[in-house]
Design a protein around this ligand. Structure first.
Ligand code: DQA
Length: 147
């Protein structure tokens, strides 16, 4: 089965208790199960990870680049300011979909800028945890297309 990484940045491990009015009541464990189940149906073996550490996230992006592994990435707050994460994504050797649970464009001004969007294959935002399912579907269809 084709391997896919689902990588999550800072504070996403707190889903369920973190601003539930914005991010919902489901936990990170629920998100991981959702991604693995969606992946199974799409013929993808999904490895879900979360870190609050920029260096660790960059290490995982290097791993994905070395292994030509597609990535679904929620960079969380790194989205808005991390040129280091952006540069790591720019080295990608397979599709990478940027995802957000909320719709950053409808929130505070500082969330309107994504420094990573231009180096991602595409972005899906605003559909709650379903954003991840849509991103996995996008990866699966790119795989079929041989992209
Ligand atoms: C987020 C949106 C970001 O602005 C925020 O910093 C996050 C989560 C989202 O999934 O909606 O941590 O990436």
């Amino acid at each position: 089965m084709r391997q896919v990484y689902v990588l999550n940045g800072p504070n996403l491990g707190r889903l369920g208790t973190r601003e539930p009015d914005v991010y919902g009541a489901e936990t990170f464990a629920d998100l991981a199960a959702l991604c693995r189940d969606a992946g199974r149906e799409l013929g993808l073996s999904v490895d879900v990870r979360q870190t609050d550490d920029e260096a660790e996230l960059i290490g995982w992006l290097h791993e994905a680049a070395d292994g030509k592994i597609p990535v679904v990435l929620n960079p969380a707050a790194f989205t808005h300011y991390s040129y280091a994460v952006r540069d790591a994504i720019a080295m990608r050797t397979a599709p990478l979909v940027e995802v957000h649970i909320s719709n950053p464009a409808a929130r505070e001004e500082f969330r309107h800028t994504s420094v990573v969007a231009a180096v991602a294959t595409g972005t899906i935002a605003g559909f709650g945890l379903h954003s991840y399912v849509l991103a996995l579907q996008a990866i699966a269809s790119l795989e079929v297309a041989g992209a």
